[in-house]
Design a protein around this ligand. Structure first.
Ligand SMILES: NC(=O)c1ccc[n+]([C@@H]2O[C@H](COP(=O)([O-])OP(=O)(O)OC[C@H]3O[C@@H](n4cnc5c(N)ncnc54)[C@H](OP(=O)(O)O)[C@@H]3O)[C@@H](O)[C@H]2O)c1
Length: 277
């Protein structure tokens, strides 16, 4: 059978953002896509938007038609999906998954296929941010290029070794949530200590953040240059910077420790699911 189509299993928060992003950006034609999702009704809108897309009621039917298969289901479901489609996987099958904590080594022990891990970011919703990419040894140059090119249409691709994937994930994929909380707390403290509402403080901080990002990106200022331009010697900002320099290392130490512990537990659970310790 000609397996030229590209398969997408799972159309939830990430799956819908990525697939819509690929098609909207023109990196993939809707006509070459087969998509499946546990709850079929969730695909109705997609089907209406792109009538050329093939909806597959079963993951197995999708696997019969596709060598390139993106798996966007919940982490705990990946094994069930792979067990289900395993008999249709061939030497050239290339599985691309996005599940945190599910290593190449874990999957390779059970499934002898080409595997790419991608850690996407919600920021791809606005075609910004970083997608982390990591391939196993079986993936050839052309297959690597295919994945990296299409994710480059919705983000900036950063290829990393798997040993650095966890910390990079904290920075780029968990990052938007961490940054949003830090910014919100900063604004809310301003509201607590003034007569200005939380909403107004959040707006002020958001505009300041937009300007800061522009200085760092469009004007290509370094972080240190920007800080020294604002925190003039003997001034008020300098005192604030000293306070942050003292307190932030412990905050980030705790943050990275907590994500690392959670990941360790998740990996232990996944190892049990994949039957080895
Ligand atoms: N959220 C993030 O920022 C983020 C970032 C990086 C990586 N990830 C990873 O992305 C993965 C998906 O996360 P998500 O936030 O997109 O989850 P989600 O919104 O729950 O989406 C999962 C989708 O998979 C479908 N599904 C589950 N089992 C299936 C099966 N056996 N066959 C076909 N479809 C199936 C679900 O169908 P139903 O419609 O029936 O529920 C749902 O639409 C997770 O592994 C997560 O670790 C998420």
């Amino acid at each position: 059978m000609n397996k030229k189509k590209i398969g997408f299993i799972g159309f939830g928060s990430m799956g819908s953002m990525i697939l819509n992003g690929f098609i909207d950006s023109g990196s993939i034609n809707a006509g070459e896509v087969v998509v499946s999702n546990r709850t079929l009704s969730k695909l109705k809108e997609l089907e209406e938007k792109y009538p050329e897309i093939e909806i597959s009621e079963k993951n197995t039917n999708l696997a019969k038609k596709c060598n390139r298969i993106f798996i966007f289901v919940n982490t705990g479901e990946v094994k069930n999906v792979l067990d289900e489609i395993n008999k249709y996987l061939v030497k050239d099958s290339h599985i691309i998954h996005i599940s945190a904590g599910l290593s190449l080594e874990t999957l390779e022990k059970s499934f002898s296929v080409k595997i790419t891990r991608v850690i996407p970011s919600l920021t791809s919703e606005v075609k910004e941010g970083v997608s982390l990419v990591c391939h196993n040894d079986k993936v050839n140059l052309e297959e690597k290029k295919f994945v990296e090119d299409i994710f480059n249409h919705i983000s900036q691709v950063k290829v990393v070794g798997e040993e650095d994937l966890d910390i990079s994930t904290d920075l780029t994929s968990c990052g938007p949530a961490f940054m949003a909380l830090i910014i919100k707390k900063f604004a809310d403290f301003g509201a607590d200590r003034s007569g200005i509402s939380e909403k107004e403080c959040e707006e002020m901080v958001l505009q300041t953040l937009k300007g800061t990002v522009k200085l760092l990106t469009e004007k290509e200022m370094t972080f240190d240059e920007l800080i020294s331009r604002v925190a003039t010697k003997g001034g008020i900002t300098e005192e604030g910077i000293k306070s942050l320099e003292k307190d932030l290392p412990a905050v980030f130490e705790n943050l990275f420790n907590s994500t690392s512990n959670k990941r360790k537990n998740l990996k232990e659970d996944l190892n049990k699911q994949y039957n080895f310790n």
